[in-house]
Write a protein that binds this ligand. Structure first.
Ligand SMILES: C[S@@+](CC[C@H](N)C(=O)[O-])C[C@H]1O[C@@H](n2cnc3c(N)ncnc32)[C@H](O)[C@@H]1O
Length: 215
């Protein structure tokens, strides 16, 4: 019986896992450290913004659409761990995809994503949802306090993603759009529509990221 229990403990790594989670010496990595450990598209100032937005999220969960190799998900995860520890969902199918800016994406990015989670320790709070938003959101139940959109930058793509998550946003939610400064791209055009519609207002702009809140 004891041998069987020992085998089960070894198989499931119970003690090791408990030791890592409870370790008083573990602290979430800094923005600079995440930039050094991960691959991604966001630059230092934008990275600091994502970290701060996640740290300031007190209610609801954090959803990212477009996770690539885990840089922005790690920034959101580390920010959340330094704040109210809201769960972070990283939504990306990691399927073959050619972005409007010429980027080629696919399943190899999933491997790099997992590596980034291990390197940064952000697996503690980031959950990969390896599907597209329209598959996920019809049965979604958790209110969203922060939404970061960085997936398909075509107008129909970003409109679809925003439309999928819209009904799940808390009244005080923030919505951050990457690649929002180029009038040729979907995020810029959707933001213009949302702001001129009167329901949304610009809160801040850092680099290519624009943050909206309800008007
Ligand atoms: C610009 S990259 C994201 C970069 C990432 N946010 C970072 O800075 O670390 C775009 C990502 O969007 C993903 N993508 C494409 N279509 C998507 C969809 N329908 N839902 C979610 N992600 C999608 C691609 O697989 C790719 O990983």
């Amino acid at each position: 019986m004891a041998a069987r229990r020992g085998l089960i403990a070894r198989l499931f790594g119970g003690r090791e896992r408990a030791r890592r989670d409870a370790s008083p010496s573990w602290a979430p990595p800094s923005v600079e450290r995440i930039l050094a450990l991960t691959e991604g598209m966001v630059e230092p100032r934008e990275s600091a913004l994502l970290h701060r937005l996640a740290r300031e999220t007190r209610e609801g969960c954090i959803v990212e659409v477009g996770s690539y190799r885990g840089r922005s998900a790690s920034l959101l995860g580390a920010g959340s761990l330094a704040g109210a520890r809201r769960p972070v969902y990283a939504v990306d199918p990691h399927a073959e995809f050619r972005g409007l800016l010429g980027g080629e994406f696919g399943p190899l990015d999933r491997e790099a994503f997992y590596r980034a989670m291990l390197a940064t320790g952000c697996w503690r709070i980031v959950r990969l949802v390896n599907l597209s938003s329209e598959v996920v959101t019809p049965r979604w139940t958790e209110p969203v306090g922060l939404l970061f959109l960085d997936g398909d930058h075509s107008l129909e793509g970003v409109r679809r993603d925003f439309g999928c998550w819209r009904e799940h946003l808390l009244a005080g939610a923030r919505v951050a759009f990457d690649d929002a400064s180029d009038p040729e791209l979907g995020p810029w055009r959707l933001i213009e529509e949302l702001v001129s519609g009167g329901d949304w207002r610009r809160i801040e702009q850092v680099g290519r990221i624009t943050v909206l809140g309800r008007a």
